[in-house]
Write a protein that binds this ligand. Structure first.
Ligand SMILES: [Zn+2]
Length: 191
């Protein structure tokens, strides 16, 4: 029979909901996914999260904003969206910006502004490097997401990358974050 833990040193681990809110995720880092995270992600997505390997950004309240996902799901499907925006409030705010058709103007600027185009390409390369660090999936090798490296197709993807990587890595994502800041921002909880 195993010895009982010494009551003077043993502390019961509280249930997931009783844990204090986790702190922010450092730029470029990934938090392990807790049971509580899985509960919140399921609520945010309306389904069980798939292929999640970590939490890449959190709201100040501790809830996940962005998850890092495996480039191949359990059923074998290649999954190029390595950083996935899960916060419904963030998704809605970004959707409202997308609805103005700003991606067309952003793509046009990429064609005219060499510096911006180079930064967008570096973001693409950083995105791919992060994915390769998880696993190599030949079907999506060299293909990032969100329209990178030459276009801007999905701001949700670029915002998710900007939140995960921190400022200065994904310039269009940073720009989109600034555009939604009056409605949604990661340092002010609206969950
Ligand atoms: Zn929050």
């Amino acid at each position: 029979m195993p010895a009982r833990p010494d009551p003077t040193t043993h502390r019961d681990v509280p249930g997931p909901s009783a844990l204090p809110a986790p702190g922010p995720v450092a730029p470029g880092a990934t938090d392990p996914v807790s049971e509580r995270d899985v509960e919140v992600l399921t609520e945010q997505l309306g389904r069980a999260p798939r292929g999640v390997v970590g939490v890449a950004a959190r709201c100040v309240c501790g809830r996940p904003l962005v998850v890092r996902t495996a480039p191949r799901l359990d059923d074998g499907t290649p999954f190029p969206t390595t950083y996935y925006l899960t916060s419904p409030q963030a998704v809605a705010a970004v959707s409202s910006v997308e609805a103005t058709g700003v991606m067309k103007e952003m793509t046009q600027r990429l064609a005219e502004d060499d510096e911006l185009a180079a930064a967008h390409r570096r973001a693409h390369e950083a995105y791919l490097a992060d994915r390769e660090a998880i696993a190599h999936v030949p079907e999506i090798a060299g293909i990032s997401a969100g329209g990178m490296p030459q276009r801007v197709k999905c701001l949700h993807v670029l915002v998710a990358h900007a939140l995960a990587a921190g400022p200065g890595v994904n310039p269009i994502g940073d720009e989109a974050l600034a555009m939604v800041a009056d409605r949604w921002r990661p340092d002010r909880c609206t969950c």
